[in-house]
Write a protein that binds this ligand. Structure first.
Ligand code: ADP
Ligand code: ZN
Length: 213
């Protein structure tokens, strides 16, 4: 499958992407994970974006597009990909459209997870993330077996810098202003599948219905 996952921070894009990946072998491409790795590795890119990311602001379209132009050429994309956190602005969506035309590729659908704001806020403030593999935990609903340690890879689990209440407020605002308009963009392209849940079953049902059409 070639799918874009759309939805506010905390909607469950990463969790759904990981589940879909198991089902059909598509690779999850999370721009957030790529950027966090760059920061952890202190690369030039990482140093450049660290402050913007900690505040919950977007990284520039040019930077993101140069990352994604490379990423989508990699061999593991041949079996399909789940774009998690990209595109996030109309210019990114337009640039992606041109890129896919150039590569001769077509998206199957754009999956919008339409989850209420209070659910999201609660989820984000209790969320913890593995610094190495990106696995998501939750202090209330999904704690790791050993406190602070990732069950999957054994690395440290932390609360992200951009998961303070202030940064979360800002990320939700940035989402509403810059990313939410993508739903209309993709509705016009006939690609939008909107689901008012982040549970796997209704999501799968909606994707299958769209793809059978
Ligand atoms: P979430 O979807 O939970 O907000 P992500 O891990 O997708 O978290 O993104 C975290 C941060 O990474 C964003 O707040 C932003 O600073 C940056 N980022 C990720 N993807 C993009 C993108 N496509 N364009 C611009 N900035 C991005
Ligand atoms: Zn891990």
């Amino acid at each position: 499958m070639k799918v874009i996952l759309l939805g506010p921070p905390g909607a469950g894009k990463g969790t759904i992407a990981k589940a879909l990946m198991q089902i059909d072998g598509s690779v999850q491409i999370s721009t957030g994970d790529i950027l966090r790795h760059a920061i952890a590795d202190k690369t030039d890119l990482g140093i450049q974006i660290e402050a913007a990311m900690a505040a919950g602001n977007l990284v520039t379209d040019d930077l993101i597009m140069s990352i994604m132009e490379q990423r989508l050429l990699a061999d593991d994309c041949k079996h399909g990909y789940l774009l998690d956190g990209f595109p996030r602005t109309i210019p990114q969506a337009e640039a992606l459209k041109n890129l896919l035309t150039k590569l001769g590729e077509k998206l199957d659908c754009v999956l919008e997870l339409d989850v209420p704001r209070d659910v999201i806020f609660d989820r984000l403030t209790t969320r913890r993330t593995c610094t190495n593999c990106g696995e998501i935990y939750n202090v209330k609903s999904k704690p790791p077996t050993v406190d602070g340690i990732c069950d999957v890879c054994g690395h440290e689990i932390v609360q992200r810098d951009d998961e303070t209440e202030e940064a979360i407020e800002n990320r939700l605002e940035v989402y509403n202003e810059q990313t939410a308009p993508l739903a209309d963009f993709y509705r016009k392209e006939g690609l939008l599948v909107s689901v008012a849940s982040s549970d796997l079953d209704p999501v799968l049902a909606a994707i299958r219905e769209h793809m059978d059409r």
